[in-house]
Design a protein around this ligand. Sequence first.
Ligand SMILES: [Fe+2]
Length: 419
Amino acid sequence: MIDNIHKWLLLRLALLWLVLSIVIGGMVNYLGHLRMDNHIVEMAKTETASYITAIDSYLKSPSEQALSELNSKIGDQIIRDNLIAVEFYDADSNMITDAVKLHAKEIEAKLPEHGSEFVDKDGIVCNKLMIENDTYMRVFVPLLNSAGTKIGYLEGIYHAPGDIVKEIKRQTLWALILVVLLILATSMALYPLIIRLNRKLVNYTKSLALTNIGMLKVLGSAISKRDSDTNIHNYRVTLYSVNIGESLGLSQSAMQGLIKGAFLHDLGKIATPDAILHKRGKLSEEEFKIMKTHVQHGVDIVSGYDWLKDAQVVVACHHEKFDGSGYPLGLRGEGIPINARIFAVADVFDALTSKRPYKEPFSFEVSVGILRESIGSHFDPDITRLFLEHAVALHAEICNDDEPLLHVKLEMSIGKYFQ
Ligand SMILES: [Fe+2]
């Protein structure tokens, strides 16, 4: 169980780490690229815009000489810059002049054609391009005259510096590694915390289970004191019932209900008057009618507490008979809950083989004979036959044990099904 909790928790924390690493790592990676793009855009804008001053004098008085000076200026400038090409256009998109960095013709040839989406824009427009794993920016800068009218535009092709791209990628990678490690450390820190909380919860649950079992014993003991002064009948009928339940392969929860129900089956007798409960002779019709109410009193008591609710079917139906002649509801056959059918066999067998104030114990053979005669009338045939298969061993093991020994055996059954 403990191993399972460790595996369960480790698996989920690993899953949590993986999911958070993918989600947060993805965000860090995205923001890193966004930061790099923004940085490159700003550099490309600044560098491209710096060519505006070179064309100023040409725009003021265009001439062959001014154009020659412009070509000379931009030719010198482009050598020092990260721009690989710069082109000036007039308002009709006719090229005025251009400059291309040495060895950049090949790259320029690979650039995709652009549309006129920038023409109407008043500000600088940037388009990112990836060519052979290198980052380029195509920048469009509007050219304005002194009146603020657009008279052309400048197009620059900016090659993002490899060292800057590399540095931003390196920073992004480290941020990514840091985030993944932080999430891993957080997950690992959660592990002992959750294990500790779980251990506390298990201890509380065990403590609560012990409290409930203690209450079960107290209630059983209370009715025993009221009825016969010992717990021995409750112990034996519970142990017989457990044996039958195990032979039938009942689930753990059904076994829990069976144990609780068997132990508390006559709890309602707390409300039965002494004169009737302890009467040695035969009860009158009226007295028997009152005696029968112990079933409902028992149901009233156990139904008031959640932990005892699964005991209710045994308490409510332990006097029902297979042929429908029992009480209080006259249920028949499989209409009687299986735990109650099991208990009925155990209860009557113990009553037959035990000494009571009004009778000596019947021998094992006589008791078994009475059970056989009642198959199909009082008892479920299958359950009774199953019980009778083990009856010799059970009788030898349980019937003659004293109360402390039976208590130990009952404790073992409780330990098996409640913890
Ligand atoms: Fe009863």
